[in-house]
Design a protein around this ligand. Structure first.
Ligand code: ZN
Length: 419
C-alpha cells in the first residue's frame, strides 16, 4: 500500500467503517474504533487505516511524502453539517432579550422582526457582501472540524434574490474547501409583498422559481418550512412534488412548533430528511422509520429559542429512525461548531456520545445525499478532524468546548485563521 501522507501517534482512530448507511438503532452505537491507530492517505483519499504497529509492514511512504506524528489524541471523520442557513446579511442580537422576556420565534416574526428582518437586509446586500460574510463563517466552521455541509438559500423569497443566494453558495465552493451541498428554500416564509395572497406565492414557486432553479443546476435539494402560519402540509406537499418532478431532492422543516403534518409530507414525497421534528408524535416517528427518512435534529435551536423543549433524540433512535444532527446556523441560532451540537445532542436530546458522533458524520452525510462520506475507509475523501482528547466520547463530555488541533480536507491540512 502506497501513501503520500501518514498520520500516526493517535490514542484512537474512529473510522465508522462498518455498518449500513444510514445507521439505525443499535448500529448508531458502533464507531469502528482503532486503539493506537494510524491513517495513510494517498492523493487526497484514505488509503489505509489500522494500528500504528502495522504501518511498517503494510504502508510504504512515497518519495517526497510526509509523516506526521501526533502525541496522542483522537482522529475522526470530519463532521458533516446537514442543515445550515449560512448565507445571510446582518445579525439579530436584539432578539435575545426579547426571547428571554417571553417572546417566541413566531411572535417576533409576526412583528416583522426575526426572519423578516434578515430577508430585508439580505435582499439589500450585494453578492460580494454576502460572500465575504459567509466565507468567514465557513472558515470558522471548518476550524471546528466541519468538512462537508449543506447550505440553504431562503432569505430572498423572490426568484432574483433567491438566485443571488444560490450563486453565492456556488461561489463558496472551492477546490480546497469543504464539500457544499446547495438547497433551494424559496418556501422559507411568505414574502411580505404577498400578504393576503399566499396562493399566488405558491403558484410562483411551483410555476416559475422551482423550474428556473432546477434548470440552473445550482441546487440539489428543495426544502420547505412546513408550519402553522407558514406553509401548510398540503402546500408543502404540492411544492415538494413540483421540486422532485423537476429533478430536485426533497427535504422539509417539519413539526418544529406544532405537529402539522410535516413528517407525513416527508414520507409521502420521499424526502431524504425531515428536519427539527420537535413535535412529531409516535405515529409520525413510526412512519419516518418505516420509510427510512432521516430525522435531522437541530438540538441548539430549541435551546437558543428558550423554548424549554429538547430535540427528541432518544425517542427517534428507539423508534428506528435514522438520526443526524446539525447546527441550523442562522441569525436565530448562530452556531458554527459541530462539537457544541454534539454536546447538546447528548445532554439535551439524550443521544449517547457514540450515537451523537454517528449522527454528526455518516448519518449526516446520508441526509444530504453524500452517502459514503463521514467515514474513514479506503477510497473515502481524507476529511479528518483531530482532537487532543484520549477517546471520542470526550467530545461530548467536554461539552464541545475544545476545537480540533488539526483539520484535513482531501488530505490537505487547513491552516489556522489569521487574527
Ligand atoms: Zn432551518
Amino acid at each position: 500500500m502506497r501513501a503520500d501522507l501518514i498520520l500516526t501517534g493517535f490514542d484512537e482512530v474512529v473510522t465508522l467503517g462498518v455498518g449500513s448507511i444510514p445507521r439505525i438503532g443499535s448500529e448508531m452505537q458502533e464507531l469502528s474504533r482503532i486503539d493506537h491507530g494510524a491513517i495513510a492517505i494517498d492523493r487526497g483519499k484514505v488509503a489505509w487505516t489500522g494500528r500504528a504497529s502495522f504501518l511498517k509492514t503494510e504502508v510504504t511512504l512515497r518519495k517526497g511524502g510526509s509523516l506526521r506524528h501526533f502525541a496522542g489524541g483522537t482522529a475522526l471523520p470530519g463532521f458533516v453539517d446537514p442543515h445550515t442557513h449560512l448565507v445571510f446579511h446582518g445579525s439579530r442580537e436584539e432578539e435575545v432579550a426579547q426571547k428571554v422576556t417571553g417572546s417566541s420565534y413566531l411572535e417576533i416574526a409576526r412583528r416583522g422582526g426575526g426572519l423578516f428582518k434578515t430577508v430585508r437586509e439580505t435582499r439589500a446586500a450585494s453578492q460580494g457582501e454576502l460572500l465575504s460574510q459567509a466565507r468567514l463563517r465557513l472558515q470558522r466552521m471548518v476550524r471546528w472540524g466541519t468538512t462537508s455541509l449543506e447550505v440553504k438559500s431562503g432569505y430572498g423569497l423572490s426568484l432574483d434574490t433567491e438566485m443571488k443566494l444560490l450563486r453565492t453558495i456556488q461561489r463558496l465552493s472551492t477546490k480546497d474547501g469543504p464539500t457544499i451541498v446547495p438547497t433551494f428554500l424559496g418556501a422559507h416564509a411568505f414574502p411580505p409583498e404577498y400578504e393576503g395572497c399566499h396562493q399566488a406565492y405558491v403558484k410562483d414557486l411551483v410555476g416559475r422559481q422551482i423550474p428556473a432553479v432546477a434548470r440552473s443546476g445550482m441546487a440539489r435539494f428543495c426544502d420547505v418550512f412546513c408550519e402553522e402560519g407558514f406553509f401548510s402540509a398540503p402546500e408543502s406537499k404540492h411544492i415538494l412534488r413540483a421540486a422532485t418532478s423537476a429533478g430536485l431532492l426533497a427535504k422539509i422543516h417539519a413539526d418544529e412548533f406544532t405537529e402539522c403534518g410535516g413528517a407525513d409530507v416527508a414520507v409521502r414525497v420521499g424526502a431524504l430528511s425531515a428536519d427539527h421534528v420537535l413535535q412529531t408524535g409516535a405515529k409520525g416517528r413510526l412512519a419516518l422509520a418505516k420509510a427510512g427518512v432521516t430525522a435531522v435534529l437541530l438540538p441548539i435551536t430549541p435551546f437558543a429559542s428558550l423554548s424549554g423543549k429538547a430535540s427528541p433524540g432518544r425517542a427517534m433512535v428507539d423508534a428506528g429512525v435514522p438520526v443526524a444532527i446539525g447546527t441550523d446556523l442562522s441569525p436565530n441560532s448562530w452556531v458554527e461548531s459541530m462539537p457544541l451540537v454534539i454536546a447538546h445532542a447528548v445532554y439535551g436530546a439524550r443521544l449517547t456520545p457514540e450515537e451523537a458522533i454517528t449522527a454528526a458524520t455518516v448519518n449526516a452525510a446520508h441526509a444530504i445525499g453524500l452517502d459514503g462520506s463521514g467515514r474513514l475507509v479506503p477510497g473515502s475523501s481524507a476529511d479528518i478532524a483531530v482532537f487532543d482528547l484520549p477517546r471520542a466520547e470526550h467530545l461530548a463530555y467536554r461539552l464541545g468546548s475544545l476545537p480540533p488541533v488539526a483539520v484535513y480536507i482531501r488530505g490537505a491540512r487547513i491552516s489556522p485563521l489569521p487574527r
